[in-house]
Design a protein around this ligand. Structure first.
Ligand code: C2E
Ligand code: MG
Ligand code: MG
Ligand code: MG
Length: 290
């Protein structure tokens, strides 16, 4: 009968399901200890000006080195952290570490490099977030305009009012706000207008479909951004053809392996802040208005 068949099917899958569940729990528990154990680090990927190729800022990307598992990619552990409050703790660590690093670069004479951090949807609903960010900016003495927050369109899907008002509060303090992976979500233009944002980051999938079908989508996003007075970043730029397309289409910022991968802070400083000149250094005012 159907019932028995169903049960048989369930038992056949059970061991693998349980294994997957245990692996998730294992990762969650290990991740909970990762901050205190010093297993987390931020790597920095350059963002350059589309016209000049000069450094404009960096995106901070979280890296976790587990003693047994080795490097665990964010695609593997961020979704697990997002299931609970752990993402709040991780996200705070990311903000604090990015600001600590900016202050250290500043003290080393590199000027303030604008750093973008990724915020998970759950963090935008943490009512203590604006006060936490204020506290970090105050204690590190990093100007608010040097910190950028990247959120995905999914902040617009649920509890919109709280998230929007929190983001608006932060932006009113001078922080920059961008929409990550733009074009993959469901945000309508009406919703987009409600969001207090500065920038759109065109999703890598469209960028990598250039030359080809990505061109029409990218052009439409650029036209819309222009009409709304938003800046645009093309992310995942890997070829010179993609670079040329986006530069000629009026996209202001580029990010991708063509320019550089995310690097540990010391390597980022050595290859980008020293070799390529420092934004905000004497004679260069590109960094003074990041
Ligand atoms: P994202 O924020 O969209 O970050 C861009 C991802 O694309 C990064 O992967 C980056 O290394 C990769 N990438 C950049 N340029 C290229 C390119 O030219 N080609 C290709 N193939 N890939 C490129 P990563 O570091 O593995 O991060 C994946 C995602 O994990 C991020 O996507 C973000 O959603 C999430 N993530 C990373 N760090 C954090 C964090 O601190 N907090 C939160 N909430 N999420 C994070
Ligand atoms: Mg991002
Ligand atoms: Mg993205
Ligand atoms: Mg993403």
């Amino acid at each position: 009968c159907a019932k028995r068949e169903g049960r048989n099917r369930a038992t056949a899958f059970e061991p693998r399901l349980r294994e997957a569940q245990l692996a998730r729990i294992g990762i969650r528990d290990a991740l909970g200890l990762a901050i205190a154990a010093g297993q987390l680090a931020l790597h920095y990927q350059p963002q350059v000006c589309a016209r000049t190729g000069r450094l404009q800022g960096a995106e901070a990307l979280l890296r976790w080195t587990h003693p047994d598992l080795g490097t665990v990619p964010p695609s593997m552990f961020i979704p697990i952290a997002e299931e609970g409050r752990l993402i709040i703790e991780l996200g705070r660590w990311v903000v604090a570490e990015a600001c600590r690093q900016m202050a250290a670069w500043h003290a080393a004479g590199h000027g303030y490099v604008r750093v973008a951090v990724n915020l998970s949807v759950r963090q935008t609903r943490d009512e203590a977030l604006p006060a936490f960010i204020d506290h970090v900016l105050r204690t590190t003495a990093v100007p608010a305009r040097c910190l950028e927050l990247e959120v995905t369109e999914s902040v617009l899907m649920e509890d919109t009012d709280l998230a929007v008002s929190q983001l608006a509060r932060l932006r009113a303090r001078g922080l920059q706000l961008s929409i990550d992976d733009f074009g993959t979500g469901y945000s309508s233009m009406a919703y987009l207008r409600r969001l207090p944002i500065d920038k759109l980051k065109i999703d890598m999938a469209f960028v990598q479909a250039v030359p080809g079908e990505g061109e029409a989508i990218a052009s439409a996003i650029l036209a819309m951004a222009d009409a709304f007075g938003l800046q645009v970043v093309a992310e995942g730029v890997e070829t010179t053809a993609q670079r040329d397309f986006f530069r000629d289409a009026g996209c202001q910022h580029l990010q991708g392996y063509l320019f550089g991968r995310a690097l540990p802070a010391t390597e980022f400083a050595a290859s980008w802040l020293v070799a390529h000149g420092t934004p905000g250094a004497p004679g260069d005012d590109s960094g003074r208005h990041p």
